[in-house]
Design a protein around this ligand. Structure first.
Ligand SMILES: [Zn+2]
Ligand SMILES: [Zn+2]
Length: 123
């Protein structure tokens, strides 16, 4: 199991996660919802073969705050994540991740590989 921490201050930023293959994209909304489902099952992460980012379920991150620059917080129903990292380490303020929570993309958080370090958890 793996825990991700801020590379700058070592603050823990994720739950205990298991690496899995990237799930296929889903393009249909969940019944009764205008949002697409989360890409990742809770408790797992996948490495993007295109960009190298670490993709997580939105509920698997902790101690992050929204990046203060509103120019990065665009989107119609949530955050579209297209303007750069929009989540910062809640301890030191380093840019660590991009959240996508808008209606037209699957719900996910993408950790920036260079901004986090991987800690192997004892469990
Ligand atoms: Zn929308
Ligand atoms: Zn930090």
């Amino acid at each position: 199991m793996t825990v991700f921490a801020c590379a700058r201050c070592q603050q823990r930023l994720s739950s205990d996660l298991r690496e899995v293959a990237m799930p296929p994209l889903v393009t249909e909304e969940s019944p009764g919802s205008k949002f697409l489902p989360p890409l990742m099952p809770i408790g797992s992460y996948a490495v993007s073969t295109e960009t190298g980012v670490l993709v997580l379920h939105p509920d698997d991150v902790m101690r992050m705050t929204r990046y203060p620059d509103r120019g990065r917080l665009n989107g119609c129903c949530g955050l579209d994540g297209l303007d750069g990292p929009n989540l910062a380490c809640g301890n030191c303020g380093a840019e660590v991740a991009t959240q996508q929570s808008d209606c037209w993309s699957q719900q996910l958080i993408a950790l920036i590989p260079d901004a986090v370090t991987e800690m192997v958890s004892p469990a």
